[in-house]
Write a protein that binds this ligand. Structure first.
Ligand SMILES: *[C@@H]1O[C@H](CO)[C@@H](O)[C@H](O)[C@H]1NC(C)=O
Ligand SMILES: *[C@@H]1O[C@H](CO)[C@@H](O)[C@H](O)[C@H]1NC(C)=O
Ligand SMILES: *[C@@H]1O[C@H](CO)[C@@H](O)[C@H](O)[C@H]1NC(C)=O
Ligand SMILES: *[C@@H]1O[C@H](CO)[C@@H](O)[C@H](O)[C@H]1NC(C)=O
Ligand SMILES: *[C@@H]1O[C@H](CO)[C@@H](O)[C@H](O)[C@H]1NC(C)=O
Ligand SMILES: *[C@@H]1O[C@H](CO)[C@@H](O)[C@H](O)[C@H]1NC(C)=O
Ligand SMILES: *[C@@H]1O[C@H](CO)[C@@H](O)[C@H](O)[C@H]1NC(C)=O
Ligand SMILES: [Fe+2]
Length: 522
């Protein structure tokens, strides 16, 4: 029962590419050297605490483990998944014990989906975001409905005493950060939230946030109304441990927006509900996953501002926009809140990002209809209005306000801040492969910087502050880089102050594009 309900929404929680033509693989004609190691192809190798060497000694204060989630496999036996986000979850880890050594691990998550796929040498019947090639039989489809989705490949997070792997679903897993072994599945109850029938509550987000100044974390729960006349509900949830939850606020929404992240300040949690809706009745009517999420370019974005101390919800509206990643938010004064996000303008980019499109240079170069734009939404609480502000880019770096996968110095979470680090693709306006790690200065309009190298392929960069640092950008960015010419990956250490590469360690295998992660203190 729950399995099939999961399936309905899980399949749609991002975007599926059922309508994208399913093509068979062709020979690779590609002038982006090594791109085939970066995105859309399998890397089956695994390593367990393999020693690696940096070019220069690492500072001894750098301690902990950088753990990142992502995908590493699209094909099993004669079947493959078509949506890039349906690849099997593969975790990558770099451990810095603080004694000058570093070790590298990478391992597929041993979910039931993975285990059963390996033992049957086929993609096991579990729900996916997009279609498979060849598709499941009717019997397999029914089994997939029952099994639901089981592939948390988006993020890794620390819920106080547990490290969890998660995606945009309420269900997550604990993992053992030392071995990268999967531990128990968590499907926590939220007291008083009424998660069950006549609601189904599978929706959450892969980006929990710490409640500022506390040991608690915040996330949300999306509950879909299953009976006519009922309204969908959003719930802001306080996470005290990976199993202990508390409801802060619950409110009804006319439509259930797909939301991948949100913002916090000291006093508020802020949600941007773009007009990209889960439409359950479409799903039930024609059992067509692709039709479940609908984009309404003429509708506004709803903003829900929740006061953490009282649970009071204020609703505002702004332009039609679509963000995957909030950057940060802060209270400018008692009446104004700044919310910074990366706006894709439309919700279609992820539906177009199939394995087939990514593998074809011509097609992937037309993937981004327009670059994401960094914007500040200023909420005016007194008159319930919203101002939208864009940031100029200096002429020497025309792409410095066009990026996603933003990270900041986490000490500035929810506070006034200046620096964002992001991943900007297609910086020449032509080649998707030509990407850069941007440092955007939100406080000045002329000091942006960027780091990139010819035919080196990039991903999210994680900011590690210097222990004795005083300035916001006193720190290093850690990021895996794929050197396409040499067909090798390395872990890069970039000085965030001037965006120069200061150290690197070659890895024993290539690390394909991975999605999110962070440095944990173990
Ligand atoms: C795009 O990449 C190809 C292959 O690296 C290169 O030949 C071409 O010059 C690039 N185009 C631009 C505009 O940089
Ligand atoms: C998958 O198999 C491994 C052994 O290869 C086992 O340790 C793990 O617990 C299995 N996963 C699940 C979810 O049962
Ligand atoms: C890539 O896509 C283009 C445009 O659809 C097509 O003409 C070309 O044949 C494709 N290339 C390969 C190698 O499949
Ligand atoms: C990538 O884009 C930058 C900025 O436009 C350009 O300077 C560089 O030559 C491009 N690199 C490649 C490999 O095309
Ligand atoms: C930066 O540009 C924005 C938008 O053009 C403008 O509102 C702001 O005042 C500028 N900031 C500085 C420090 O010049
Ligand atoms: C970048 O900053 C560091 C620290 O201030 C300095 O050692 C290094 O020389 C700088 N690199 C460049 C290219 O300016
Ligand atoms: C997780 O967070 C808690 C509380 O902030 C901290 O004490 C603990 O060391 C963290 N664990 C890891 C592995 O980062
Ligand atoms: Fe994300």
């Amino acid at each position: 029962m729950m399995g099939s309900i999961d399936f309905v929404f899980l399949c749609s929680f991002t975007v599926s590419v059922i309508w994208a033509a399913s093509l068979s693989p062709k020979t690779i004609e590609d002038s982006d050297p090594g791109f085939d190691l970066y995105m859309g192809y399998d890397n089956l190798e695994e390593y367990d605490n393999h020693p690696i060497q940096f070019d220069h000694p690492l500072p001894d204060w750098l301690k902990g483990s950088l753990i990142r989630n992502g995908v590493g496999r699209y094909e099993v036996g004669n079947r493959k998944v078509e949506n890039l986000l349906d690849g099997f979850a593969k975790i990558t880890k770099w451990t810095f014990p603080g004694d000058g050594t570093t070790s590298f691990s990478t391992k597929f998550l041993r979910t039931s989906f993975y285990n059963e796929s390996m033992s049957s040498n086929d993609i096991a019947p579990y729900a996916t975001l997009g279609p498979l090639d060849p598709p499941f039989t009717l019997e397999e489809t029914l089994k997939a409905l029952e099994n639901g989705m089981d592939n948390p490949n988006v993020n890794v997070y620390n819920f106080t005493e547990n490290i969890v792997v998660l995606y945009d679903l309420w269900i997550m897993y604990n993992i053992d950060p030392r071995t990268l072994n999967l531990q128990e599945k968590i499907n926590a109850d939220v007291p008083n939230a009424k998660m069950g029938f006549p609601y189904a509550s599978p929706i959450s987000c892969a980006h929990p946030l710490q409640e500022i100044g506390t040991e608690h974390h915040l996330t949300f729960l999306g509950s879909l109304a299953l009976l006519p006349g009922l309204k969908h509900k959003l719930t802001l949830v306080r996470v005290k441990s990976s199993t202990d939850r508390e409801m802060i606020a619950q409110w009804e929404v006319e439509n259930m927006p797909y939301m991948h992240s949100f913002s916090v300040t000291k006093k508020y949690a802020i949600f941007l509900g773009s007009p990209y809706f889960y439409e359950i009745q479409r799903m039930l009517k024609n059992l067509n996953m692709a039709d479940t999420m609908v984009w309404y370019p003429d509708k506004p974005t709803m903003i829900y501002l929740v006061e953490l101390s009282t649970g009071k919800v204020q609703t505002l509206q702004t332009e039609c926009m679509f963000t995957m990643h909030h950057i940060n938010a802060f209270e400018m004064d008692d009446q104004h809140i700044a919310v910074d996000v990366s706006d894709f303008g439309e919700a279609g980019v992820f539906s177009r990002a199939s394995v087939e499109v990514i593998r074809n240079q011509t097609l992937r170069n037309s993937l981004l209809k327009s670059q994401p734009v960094i914007k500040r939404y200023i909420l005016n609480l007194k008159d319930n209005t919203v101002d939208v502000m864009k940031f100029p880019s200096p002429a020497r770096l025309p792409f410095s306000s066009n990026f996603d996968l933003p990270t900041i110095n986490e000490k500035y979470r929810g506070k006034e801040y200046c620096f964002v680090y992001g991943f900007s693709a297609m910086i020449d306006g032509i080649n998707y492969s030509n990407s850069s790690i941007v440092k955007k200065d939100m406080c000045k309009n002329t000091t942006d910087r960027a780091w990139f190298m010819k035919h080196h392929y990039l991903m999210e960069a994680w900011f590690v502050p210097f222990p004795q640092g005083t300035a916001e950008d006193d720190g290093y960015l850690l990021t895996p880089v794929l050197d396409g010419e040499n067909r090798k990956s390395y872990l890069a250490v970039i000085d965030a102050r001037n965006m120069t590469l200061v150290n690197k360690a070659e890895l024993p295998t290539t690390v394909p594009f991975n999605i999110h992660g962070r440095l944990f203190d173990l």
